[in-house]
Design a protein around this ligand. Structure first.
Ligand SMILES: N[C@@H]1[C@@H](O)[C@H](O)[C@@H](COP(=O)(O)O)O[C@@H]1O
Length: 254
């Protein structure tokens, strides 16, 4: 089912698998139309299925990543690349190790940077030099964060160091053996960086995301709900599954 709402396209799918397939098709379309596309990539449980689909499409010769450039949204800080909890490790495991992307064109915020501020500035400059992000993939945190832009965010910020909210640390503790092991800080693209993307696709699956999706769509644009800023972007597609969309479908018009 497809809806339009305030300039957004909202696609409601049956479940996680269909959401992942639709998202992979959007990425594939982008790369087919522009083989040298700049992709902004997300981590978390939500896009795992999309990466699986993309790997399958690559193996079937349906997508070629040889000219693609990627910039990831975020990374814990400090963390070593070889740490299985790092987003660098996640990206290799879920996507980069299985496709023909040029490793020189893969960019992830540096979890071991000594001078974080400079490293963040360089990251933004690299995105700019690449011509900006053509398609940015996003998940959403239960508190409305995108990337690691936590509530009370500065909308004008570029890539920067973030203190993680307790709620985010708790939500991400499932990936670590003990909650004490979850880093308290992260480097994240800022809202400015994200909003400069030409196209954005946000994925949400499962009942736990239902409320935040409702708030994002029908609440006000506020730094307290960082994802609400997406209402001001002119090319956003939300791909939701049935459970994540329970509170919103009755308010939408086809
Ligand atoms: N930094 C990531 C986000 O980029 C992600 O979108 C979000 C939701 O994660 P999940 O997809 O696992 O629910 O949380 C993490 O903290």
């Amino acid at each position: 089912m497809k809806y339009r709402y305030k300039g957004m396209s909202i696609l409601i799918t049956e479940g996680y698998e269909e959401m992942s397939k639709k998202a992979a098709l959007m990425v594939a379309a982008q790369v087919t139309i522009r083989p040298s596309s700049v992709l902004g990539l997300a981590t978390g449980s939500t896009p795992e299925g999309m990466y699986k689909e993309l790997v399958a499409m690559y193996k079937q010769g349906e997508i070629d990543f040889s000219d693609v450039k990627t910039f990831n949204l975020d990374e814990y800080y400090p963390i070593e690349e070889r740490n299985p909890q790092s987003y660098a490790y996640y990206m290799k495991k879920n996507l980069f190790d299985h496709i023909n992307i040029n490793p020189q064109e893969v960019h992830i915020p540096n979890g071991t940077a000594k001078d974080v501020e400079t490293s963040c500035e360089v990251y933004d400059k690299m995105i700019e030099a690449a011509g900006g992000i053509d398609l940015q993939v996003l998940g959403i945190g239960n508190n409305g964060h995108i990337g690691f832009n936590e509530p009370d965010v500065h909308f004008e910020a570029g890539t920067h160091l973030v203190e993680l909210d307790e709620e985010t640390i708790e939500a991400n503790a499932r990936f670590f053996s003990r909650i004490e092991d979850v880093p308290k800080r992260a480097i994240s693209m800022g809202i400015r960086t994200i909003m400069h993307s030409k196209k954005i696709v946000l994925l949400a699956s499962g009942a736990s995301k239902g409320k935040v999706i409702r708030e994002m769509l029908f609440g006000e644009v506020t730094p307290n709900l960082p994802a609400s800023i997406l209402l001001l972007h002119n090319d956003v597609t939300l791909i939701l599954d049935r459970e994540a969309s329970v509170y919103v479908t009755k308010h939408l018009i086809k």
